[in-house]
Write a protein that binds this ligand. Structure first.
Ligand code: FAD
Length: 378
């Protein structure tokens, strides 16, 4: 079933058609092979940057496309439909640029944004630590004032783009305990003392490196601070809200891919003399999958419309992230079921999509944390 999309004008329609072409030609044929090799496809992320896809939701002044989130998120969905890890990389790049675009000053934006948006420099957000997962009060990395700068010491965990990033947004403790004493500092990866560790061995998304980053007495000038000292949580909260939209978009793309693959398979697979889709047990499963994917997209785009209209959207973003990622997990798992034994082996991509979907329920705030945020809002 074709996805009906609504764009405001021909420019947006043409942009989406171009994205479909790039995703079909550059991403789809390579995803399986590259995910088995585990090599980070830097050149592909740079290609998407040059095509203007990373910069889509940012101002033209820094090389952006000035597009609303409703458009950017549908583009991200389409990339994830063809190769999740690359879409996730674009999403990370947008998030690493978001804090700078929103909280940075013009000097900082002029210096870093054009390179981030073109994909020339990769960015990363480093919040998590061994003792700070869902609970950021556990952050122990310190930034101590020294002259007109800071000295950073600590170890960040789970940094996506860790080891390939040229710029890290590092959340550090600049006061006594509490979320009110965190500060976001941009750290150039070439600074002495920035020591990325070997990548983690993950269940999936092998092409996107995730690594610990040790910060051993790293000196950064005060001009690399994003926003005010001890107000890092303002930056983090805004990054999280936008991050939840991006993750939801990736989830919709992954779920749509699994739905389409399972539907085509069920039409062609003959058992008991009939295509298996004609058996109610399979047909109803696919009907539920299709409905959940459509509902996820609708929830996501509603949250994005609020964001684009300048209205509060944090709760709607949490709902979209929760619903779309739980849907992606369910739909990819059910897709394996529709394919039977053929779904369990690597001849089809559905088992990989199922492993990839699991990540989405964990990152950008676990789905338990989304439920807690929604409950608080209620
Ligand atoms: C592949 C990958 C990439 C990542 N990339 C990044 C990155 O780029 N930057 C970054 O900073 N971090 C990143 N992370 C870290 C990620 O954000 C954390 O894993 C996530 O926030 C959860 O933290 P935790 O793993 O320590 O789990 P914990 O916080 O220890 O949680 C364990 C369990 O308890 C539950 N739980 C915790 N608190 C509550 C509560 N109050 N109520 C109900 N349930 C609760 C959780 O939902 C979970 O099920 C990444 C993680 C992975 C796996």
């Amino acid at each position: 079933m074709k996805v009906e999309r609504h764009f405001a004008d021909d420019t947006q329609r043409e942009l989406f058609a171009l994205v479909e072409e790039i995703a079909d030609k550059e991403l789809a044929p390579r995803a399986d092979v590259e995910e088995r090799s585990g090599r980070f496809p830097r050149e592909t992320v740079e290609l998407l940057g040059r095509a203007g896809l990373i910069g889509l939701p940012f101002p033209e002044r820094w090389g952006g496309g000035d597009q609303p989130y409703t458009v950017y998120l549908q583009v991200l969905e389409r990339l994830a439909y063809r190769w999740f890890a690359v879409a996730e990389s674009v999403h990370l790049q947008v998030l690493a640029s978001h804090g700078l675009a929103r909280f940075g000053d013009d000097d900082q934006r002029d210096r870093w944004l054009p390179e981030l948006l073109s994909g020339e420099v990769l960015g990363a957000n480093a919040l998590s630590e061994a003792e700070a997962g869902s609970d950021l009060e556990g952050i122990r990395t310190t930034a101590v004032r020294e002259g007109d700068g800071y000295r950073i010491s600590g170890t960040k965990s789970w940094v996506s783009h860790g080891g390939v990033a040229g710029l890290y947004n590092v959340y550090c403790r600049t006061g006594t305990a509490g979320l009110g004493s965190l500060t976001c500092l941009m750290v150039d990866a070439h600074t002495p003392g920035v020591l990325p560790q070997p990548p983690e061995h993950k269940m999936a998304v092998a092409t996107l490196p995730t690594a610990q980053v040790v910060l051993d007495d790293v000196r950064v000038p005060a001009g690399m601070r994003l926003g005010r000292e001890n107000r890092g949580m303002l930056v983090a909260a805004s990054v999280f809200d936008h991050g939840r939209l991006g993750i939801a978009a990736c989830a919709v793309g992954l779920a749509q891919a699994a739905l389409d693959h399972a539907t085509e398979y069920a039409k062609g697979r003959i058992q008991f003399g009939a295509p298996v889709i004609t058996f109610q047990g399979v047909g109803f499963l696919l009907a539920d999958m299709a409905t959940q994917v459509a509902a996820s997209r609708a929830l996501l785009l509603e949250a994005a419309r609020l964001r684009d209209a300048g209205r509060p959207f944090a709760t709607q973003a949490a709902q979209a992230k929760l619903f779309a990622t739980d849907t992606a997990m369910r739909v990819t798992t059910d897709a394996v079921q529709v394919l039977g034994g053929h779904g369990y082996v690597q001849d089809h991509p559905v088992e990989r999509w199922m492993r990839e979907a699991k990540l989405l329920q964990i990152i950008e705030g676990t789905n338990q944390i989304q439920r807690a945020a929604i409950a608080r809002a209620l």
